[in-house]
Design a protein around this ligand. Structure first.
Ligand SMILES: Nc1nc2c(c(=O)[nH]1)N[C@H]1C(S)=C(S)[C@@H](COP(=O)(O)O)O[C@H]1N2
Ligand SMILES: [Mo]
Length: 220
């Protein structure tokens, strides 16, 4: 045994090592996010609720609202408000990442899983893509598989209150794993296709996939 190992300094070092070993056992500082930050590259956090759209914010009375699921499906659907509210309702908490660089954490969305309405329509085997059509003429595209993810909602409420008109009332799509432009407001039709068809922004220089973690902002 050397002098050093009996010294008070040695005792302190053992304590530090012991503490760090305990951190390792307890998984201290782990975020549960597979070693990556919660904020995607190039994003900044906001607390408010920015509004982004083409400047047309349709007012849709509930009794006139319809949601169609058509294209490559066995049984095209037209849901009215009552039928929609009778479907199983779910709630999901997710982060918003807008391509214009703001992100907002912990948004609590309530509504119907997109999967629920799509499965009722029965996608044909050749259906692999979807185009979302909105009341303001906006469109956006997604692989069908992305729409069937269990965090994807046709949401009627946000943080416990019905959606406001400017945020897409009465029902908007929410796709947490993509930039927010894929989350169509005032959605009225889900069209299933065998081939991909770019939507409004996807035709205008924005990325076809829009994964914030890959920083898929633009198509170049
Ligand atoms: N129907 C429709 N949906 C839309 C848009 C739009 O112009 N029309 N803009 C998209 C874009 S670019 C963004 S960032 C989000 C903004 O949603 P918010 O206004 O609720 O923040 O809606 C998306 N969904
Ligand atoms: Mo956006």
């Amino acid at each position: 045994m050397s002098r050093d190992e009996k010294s008070p300094a040695r005792g302190l070092r053992d304590k530090l090592i012991g503490a760090k070993q305990r951190w390792a056992r307890e998984g201290r500082l782990l975020t549960g996010k597979a070693g990556r930050d919660r904020l995607p590259p190039g994003q900044r956090l906001v607390e408010g609720r920015p509004v982004l759209d083409l400047g047309i914010q349709p007012e849709i009375p509930l009794e006139q609202w319809r949601l169609r699921i058509d294209g490559l499906v066995r049984a095209p659907q037209v849901l009215d408000w009552q039928a929609f509210r009778k479907l199983p309702q779910i709630e999901r908490i997710s982060d918003i990442h807008c391509v214009t660089s703001w992100s907002r954490y912990d948004n609590r969305w309530s509504g119907v899983a997109a999967k629920t309405v799509i499965e009722r329509a029965g996608p044909l085997p050749e259906a692999r893509f979807a185009v979302l059509h909105s009341e303001d003429g906006y469109t956006t595209n997604l692989p069908l598989a992305a729409l069937l993810d269990d965090d994807v909602l046709l949401a009627h409420s946000w943080d416990g209150a019905p959606l406001e008109r400017e945020h897409g009332a009465p029902v908007r799509l929410v796709v947490p794993k993509r930039y927010f432009w894929k989350s169509a407001k005032w959605v009225r039709r889900i069209e299933l296709l065998s081939h991909d068809r770019p939507g409004f922004w996807e035709e205008r220089g924005y990325h076809n996939e829009g994964d914030p973690w890959e920083e898929e902002r633009y198509s170049w």
